[in-house]
Structure formats: C-alpha cells, structure tokens
Design a binder for this molecule. Structure first.
Ligand SMILES: [Zn+2]
Length: 333
C-alpha cells in the first residue's frame, strides 16, 4: 500500500485544515466517511489524518522523521489496517479478520486506525458485521471509510460516521500534475478539462483514438470555415469513423463543445486559458468574425446533439446534422 499522506495538503487543503483543527482540539471521532470523486485524494486524506494523529512530535503537520512517522510511511505501523475489495466485493471474512486484528492487544501505543477503500462494495453480510462493530465503539479505534458512492452504503453505517466531503480537483491542478508527468502543456490543457483526475487523464492520453479525436475535431472546425461540403467531407473522414460507441461519441462532442467555449472565452478575454492552447491564434480569428450570439447558438447545437446521442439517435446522421447546423450559424465569410 503506497503511503499517500504527502499528497493531501495540495489535493485537499480545506480538509487538511479541518483535520488539523480536530487534532489541535483533540477531537478525533470513531468513524469518518470520506466521500469524493475518483482521484480527489480520499486515500491521501485518510493517510494524512492517520500520520498526523500518530506522529510523536505533536506539531500541526506530521514531522516525517519520528519513529511513528517512519513506521507509518513504510506501511509497517501495527496500528494501521487497510481493507479493499477482494474481487467485486469486500467479503464477510475480510471484515471478520479485520475486527479480530483490531481486538488484539495493541503492540504499539496510540490510536488504532482502519481504512476501508471502496467501502460501498461491502455486501449485506460484511456491511452488517461492520455495522455491529461500529455500534460498539472502543475508545482507541478510528474507522476511515472511503467511497465515491456514499448512497450505496447502508444508511445505518453512514449515520454512524462523520462525513468528510472532498472538493473536486480543479482542472488547473490536474493540468499541472499531468505536466509534472511529462505530458505536453497542449495535451494536459485538453485532458484536464475532460476528466477529473490525473490517473484518468493519463489513461485517456494512452488511448490512440483520443489523439485522433482531438485532431479530427480541430480539422472539422477548420473545414467549417470553408463551407458545408468541406466540413461534411472532413466529418466523414476524421470524425464519424470514431463514433463507434456512445462513450467515444460523447467525448468527441465534449471536445467540440470545449473548442467553442474556447472561442467564446477568447472573445470575452484574450488572456483566457484554453482547452486547446495550440489553436489560440485560430480561435482569435474566429472570435473576431463571430458574434456572441452566433457562438452561443453553436454551443446550443452541440448540446442538443449530445442530448440526441443519449436518446440513441443514429450517430452518423447526428454528426452530419450537427455539421450543417454549426455551418448555418457560422459567420458568412
Ligand atoms: Zn512524526
């Protein structure tokens, strides 16, 4: 288990401040439910809380050097337990085993912690076993349940936990972290608008079709400037072949939507950050030629196409129609 506490202050500054106040006031409870999107830093935040509490230096941040900090960071602290799904579910035996471990006499001083990742994956039997344990809290044990789907947990479990709601990660932070992983600024700008986390961003960049989709959408917008016939040809060559499933089609419409948002943003403020920074000069040309009204209509047509996609409209026809509609409201050159 990789120890992630160091990521928490950057990912979740508000939550870290809240945890710090809890420690200052010596008010650590028996059970917490960390809820937040994938990539928002639930595990990092849980690890931060644990390290801060167990650190022997007694400061407002983990010292990183005391014996407890070192044991915790290397994953060897005997008071810290982790549970994650074994296959699809967290099984009853896993919960029983955890409770057994926690009930043993402590070999380290200080509070004991257990972290349950993807806690919504407990089945009925494991949920009930955990609930029983939560209902009889022992003074020195704290539960940290992590989930993206709090409502999939038993209500009785939720009500036993204090909720810790994580903030969504800002696209700028995702972009920064992607660039720290050697992703180009251009690609990081685009990807950070489309997905909420670095992990998902890196996965998207790995997909060959994503690069093609990005190029295809930009070619389509250029072709729209030259007329409907050009645009339809481009759509058939570079965009329609990529509409294989609904998810991919959705992504293409997202890219198109963000491109027009870029143009509007550049028109409103030339210093705006763009989803497609490599196209900024072109966006400026289009922004100059178009009125806000035209651009707004174009956005509305894209959003309408997305609704039709979700109603299972034929994807080729949908894209052809969208091209025609985008062209209709384009400025006459
Ligand atoms: Zn320490």
């Amino acid at each position: 288990m990789e120890w992630r506490a160091h990521q928490a202050p950057e990912l979740q500054p508000r939550l870290v401040a809240q945890v710090t106040r809890m420690k200052e006031n010596d008010r650590l409870g028996h059970a917490y439910l960390f809820t937040g999107e994938s990539g928002s830093g639930k595990l990092a935040s849980a690890h931060y809380l644990i390290q801060l509490t167990l650190c022997e230096a007694g400061e407002n941040v983990p010292c990183e050097t005391c014996r407890a900090c070192r044991l915790v960071k290397s994953g060897n602290h005997l008071n810290v337990h982790h549970l994650e799904p074994d296959g699809q579910f967290i099984k009853r035996e896993q919960v029983d085993q955890l409770i057994h471990e926690l009930s043993k006499t402590a070999r380290e001083k200080g509070r004991k912690f257990y972290v349950i990742q993807e806690s919504h994956r407990m089945n009925a039997s494991s949920s009930n076993a955990l609930l029983k344990f939560l209902e009889e809290p022992t003074s020195d044990v704290t539960a940290l349940l992590l989930t993206e789907q709090p409502h999939a947990l038993l209500q009785t479990i939720r009500s036993r936990c204090q909720q810790m709601t994580l903030q969504p990660i800002s696209p700028d932070l995702v972009k920064e972290q992607l660039m720290a992983q050697q992703v180009s600024e251009t690609m990081a700008s685009t990807v950070s608008r489309l997905v909420p986390s670095v992990e998902e961003g890196l996965a998207l960049i790995e997909e060959e079709e994503f690069g093609l989709a990005r190029k295809g959408v930009l070619k389509l917008i250029e072709a729209l400037e030259r007329g409907t016939a050009h645009a339809l040809v481009q759509a058939h060559e570079h965009v329609i072949p990529l509409l294989k499933d609904k998810e991919k089609a959705d992504r293409i419409l997202d890219l198109l939507l963000f491109a027009y948002r870029d143009i509007i943003a550049v028109k409103a403020n030339p210093m705006s950050t763009c989803t497609f920074p490599d196209k900024k000069a072109f966006w400026e040309q289009l922004a100059m030629k178009s009125t806000f009204e035209q651009l707004t209509y174009q956005l509305e047509h894209i959003m309408k196409a997305r609704r039709r996609l979700h109603q299972n409209a034929n994807r080729t026809l949908l894209m052809e129609q969208l091209v025609i509609e985008l062209r209709e409201v384009s400025p006459v050159v």
